[in-house]
Design a protein around this ligand. Structure first.
Ligand code: HEC
Length: 123
């Protein structure tokens, strides 16, 4: 009986600690998670890990190679960033993000990324 009680207490405590840790994510981590999983397809799937832009697909039309691209979004003005969610697009999905979430996404793209800028960002 005693062991059982102890076991329950340990499980309870462990759960409590784990839950506490889940709460304790940094601003940078939250921003990155939102970018990768914004209640819909991750922005990274089209715009790249750091918002550097990506070629989504290419095809040949009239003998020319046509590239379908998601643009670079880690160096655009904040107003343009916010406005882009109001526009209708044939390619980019519609997201239902709060202003706070958009702010975090913008923060991720412009601030946290500065540390890990990659070569493809140069173009
Ligand atoms: C399925 C691919 C796809 C996904 C996923 C996607 N986008 Fe886009 N996005 C595009 C394309 C393509 C454009 C270029 C404009 C157009 O065709 O609508 C674009 C345009 C933009 C622009 C405007 C860029 C400019 O220069 O004005 C912003 C900002 C943007 N996306 C941010 C995001 C964010 C933030 C997310 C995640 C919440 C996201 N996108 C998810 C494909 C995508």
């Amino acid at each position: 009986m005693r062991e059982k009680l102890l076991l329950i207490m340990i499980v309870f405590l462990w759960g409590w600690v784990a839950a506490g840790q889940a709460d304790f994510i940094t601003k940078d981590e939250y921003a990155r998670m939102l970018y990768q999983n914004p209640r819909g397809i991750g922005c990274d799937k089209c715009h790249g890990k750091h918002g550097e832009g990506m070629v989504l697909s290419s095809f040949i039309k009239d003998g020319q190679i046509v590239e379908l691209r998601a643009p670079k979004i880690n160096n655009i003005p904040i107003k343009r960033f916010y406005n882009s969610f109001e526009k209708k697009s044939n390619l980019m999905p519609v997201y239902f993000l709060t202003d706070k979430e958009k702010a975090y996404l913008y923060y991720y793209l412009t601030k946290t990324n500065e540390k890990e800028r990659i070569v493809s960002d140069v173009n």
